[in-house]
Design a protein around this ligand. Structure first.
Ligand SMILES: CC(C)(COP(=O)(O)OP(=O)(O)OC[C@H]1O[C@@H](n2cnc3c(N)ncnc32)[C@H](O)[C@@H]1OP(=O)(O)O)[C@@H](O)C(=O)NCCC(=O)NCCS
Length: 201
């Protein structure tokens, strides 16, 4: 039997074989822009994170495909061993504040990145991943010369979370979704000459 033949091998070596093959094919951790082929994975996370809670979600499946087709460079996915665990989807906007149109349009000449959604897969929450992904995304935006600021809207209870990433509250958003109200927040991507000079782009 296994137990008899493995008599002199420390138990943890028998029980925890290192998956050598997988290690070479799938990176433990990878960050990359999303493509329309990732839409289903995105929507699976949205379904659990939003629809099961409020019946609504920031982007429906067709809207996810829409933005990942029009502006994939404004998205960022975090993959663990090939599996999507967190993502951000953004598009461009061309006004000071968000209006209902911002939910569905990509204004390709705009200087504002509208972050439609940040979500982390349920089993990976409360591990700092949401904050880390947002940090990497904002760093990346600094390297896009046409981007001046980022805006998002969130429910009251997440205002402190986004403040920790450097966002400032602008006040109540004009947009409502059913019974849901939101606070609009902004981040100055190009606020200071100092940041521009030291951005490492
Ligand atoms: C919100 C979200 C993106 C944060 O990502 P995360 O990786 O879990 O967050 P981090 O580990 O980086 O940071 C944790 C912080 O996020 C905030 N936070 C996360 N979920 C929260 C919640 N339900 N209520 C209030 N604050 C919350 C808190 O500030 C928390 O810090 P704390 O544990 O010290 O209080 C993620 O939890 C998520 O996708 N949630 C599901 C979607 C969601 O809740 N959206 C809001 C509308 S339904």
């Amino acid at each position: 039997s296994m137990a008899a033949s493995a008599g002199h091998i420390p138990l943890h070596h028998v029980r925890s074989p290192v998956p050598q093959g997988r290690r070479h094919t799938l990176p433990a951790s990878e960050f990359r822009s999303l493509s329309p082929e990732d839409a289903i994975s995105v929507f699976e996370i949205e379904r659990e994170a939003f629809i099961s809670v409020s019946g609504e979600c920031p982007l429906h499946l067709d809207e996810v495909r829409h933005f990942l087709t029009l502006c994939p460079e404004l998205s960022l996915g975090w993959f663990e061993e090939g599996r999507l665990v967190a993502f951000i989807i953004g598009s461009l906007w061309d006004q000071e504040r968000l209006t209902m149109d911002a939910l569905t349009l990509h204004k390709s000449h705009g200087a504002t990145v509208h972050i439609h959604v940040l979500a982390v897969h349920r089993t990976f929450r409360q591990q700092g991943k949401g904050s880390i992904l947002m940090w990497r995304y904002l760093q990346y935006l600094r390297c896009l010369p046409y981007v001046r600021r980022a805006v998002l809207m969130c429910e009251d209870f997440l205002v402190p979370f986004y403040q920790k990433s450097g966002f400032k509250a602008l006040g109540p958003a004009e947009i409502t979704v059913g019974p849901l109200n939101f606070i609009e927040m902004f981040y100055p991507v190009r606020g200071h000459a100092f940041m521009r000079r030291n951005s490492g782009c």
